[in-house]
Design a protein around this ligand. Sequence first.
Ligand code: ADP
Ligand code: 5GP
Length: 223
Amino acid sequence: MPVFVVSAPSGTGKTTLNRRMLKECPRLEMSVSHTTRGPRQGEVDGVHYHFIKADEFRAMVEAHAFIEWAEVHGNLYGTTFSELKRIENGGKDPLLEIDIQGWHNAKNLLDNAISIFILPPSMSSLWQRLEKRGSDPLEIRWVRLQNAYDEIQKAHEYDILIINNDLEVAYQKLKSIILSGKPEGKGDPEGLMLCQTLNVEFETADWIKGLREKMGSLKTVSE
Ligand code: ADP
Ligand code: 5GP
């Protein structure tokens, strides 16, 4: 049975795409990760995440409970072997919404995985989406934008790149990959080129230079 792995820089649209995918594709089931971060408003333990303390997480690492785990924005997140087994025993295909390091750590263990990386059409649209979502203050959005730059350097580690410019178009591409279960030739062929363009934008765009100057003193802020 395939395992679907979806990663994207924060704000790209993976939650929006995955939520619709889970509604329309009953064969898929979201893998519920363990995390040391606290629940946000509306999040339910065991549904959105298994919320645990750092020492419990460490004990699970020692006990080799995780197929992958990573520290993301200062919190620990991991996918357990038992969660994947539970989903597969129920006859479904797991959908893992994990970060880039997690995929890097798990890819040798998940030989049946189809990995998908979602790209924003530009850094400026990513910035606008982070603003539009309205969930994070300026300094956190800036940390996320910088992390996005680092994450985009690893996009080539994925089977498929999808550009989330027009939401409907991106959704239909994701859906066709998940329904067919085959990674070949279904992503956006211009994805890797876009990664270069995003790098250049991050390194040279005036609006980012302005932000860098403004946020310079806050560079060490983390979530
Ligand atoms: P992520 O889960 O990757 O952090 P979200 O799904 O929360 O991202 O999306 C971030 C914001 O961008 C949300 O306000 C969402 O409605 C918006 N968004 C997602 N995809 C698009 C798109 N293709 N065009 C414009 N806005 C989008
Ligand atoms: P959030 O705290 O916003 O829910 O998630 C932050 C980041 O952690 C997202 O990039 C999300 O994909 C990632 N993440 C969630 N669960 C896991 C997991 O089990 N493993 C890894 N490596 N990353 C995860």
